[in-house]
Design a protein. Structure first.
Length: 288
């Protein structure tokens, strides 16, 4: 079955979100629609849709004009078994004591590492991206410094790899949340696959907008591996939900975006303890 993509960019978040909603009503029907802030520091938003038949060029042109977006670029994708392709391309990743792998590499798990089984799926955070690996390395630094966290939350958890890592090293239960329903389902599957069902609880929520997340605060460790814009917006909430003396590990940032995020959290009374760059990505460890 052929797959077509239609992609465009625009400046305003509100317009991007409105265009995303409009694409869900288009005929022929889109099988998926995404709205993302671009990670290149441009401030632009990308809106894309997938189709199983060629989309209506006129309808796309009208939507682009109505929402002040660039003309859509439509492409037909080759038929590819993407899961098999990703499995071939993804190799195990070591980050401190953690060994992140897929089931196809189960025979490669070393005996002196903590294994984290994360399958390639429709959620962020396989461990291969510089942001996820950076967060695992930041966690490793806290462990080596003698930190023992009793109340951890992973905001925007994706595959829940960070929540699982915390659950593997400390005995207390961990909360994980994501705004995306698919990500929560993937996280739950990974929690079960790693034998942590009952110890890592996964919740669908935006930021801290959930009664259970608020009831469990304050946290002595907060992970947030998302994007610069949401991280800046979340700064007051993260500070409010972080225990005195607690740590926050942030990523999803291009190196040039780090200063703005640090400033947002320092304005909330937090102190930068460590900053690491892995390729083009930055990971921040702050303390309240």
């Amino acid at each position: 079955m052929p797959t077509f993509t239609a992609l465009t960019t625009l400046k305003a978040r509100e317009n991007a979100e409105a265009l995303g909603l409009a694409l869900e009503e288009i005929e022929p029907e889109a099988t998926g629609v995404g709205v993302f802030e671009m990670e290149d520091g441009s401030g632009l938003w990308e809106v894309g849709a997938y189709f199983t038949e060629a989309p209506d060029d006129v309808a796309l042109a009208l939507l682009a004009a109505a929402h002040d977006a660039k003309p859509f670029v439509v492409s037909e994708l080759p038929e590819t078994d993407w899961v098999a392709h990703v499995k071939r391309e993804l190799h195990p990743v070591e980050a401190g004591r953690f060994f992140v792998y897929g089931s196809h590499d189960a025979d490669k798990v070393p005996g002196d590492r903590i294994p984290l089984l994360i399958e390639a799926a429709m959620a962020f955070g396989t461990g291969h991206h510089g942001t996820t690996k950076g967060c695992l390395e930041a966690l490793e630094r806290l462990i080596k410094a003698g930190e023992v966290k009793t109340n951890t939350v992973d905001i925007g958890c994706g595959t829940a790899v960070l929540a699982l890592a915390a659950a593997k090293v400390w005995p207390d239960p961990v909360l994980a949340s994501d705004i995306d329903e698919v990500a929560v389902d993937v996280a739950l599957a990974n929690v079960a696959a790693n034998g942590e069902a009952g110890r890592v609880r996964c919740i669908e929520a935006a930021g801290f907008e959930h009664a259970e997340l608020n009831a469990a605060a304050p946290y002595d460790l907060i992970f947030a591996n998302i994007l610069k814009g949401p991280l800046v917006e979340l700064a007051p909430d993260v500070a409010a939900h972080c225990a005195e003396g607690g740590h926050v590990i942030l990523s999803g940032l291009l190196n040039e975006q780090g200063d703005e995020v640090v400033a947002a959290y320092e304005a909330q009374g937090m102190t930068l303890e460590h900053r690491a760059e892995l390729g083009e990505w930055t990971t921040l460890t702050l303390r309240r």
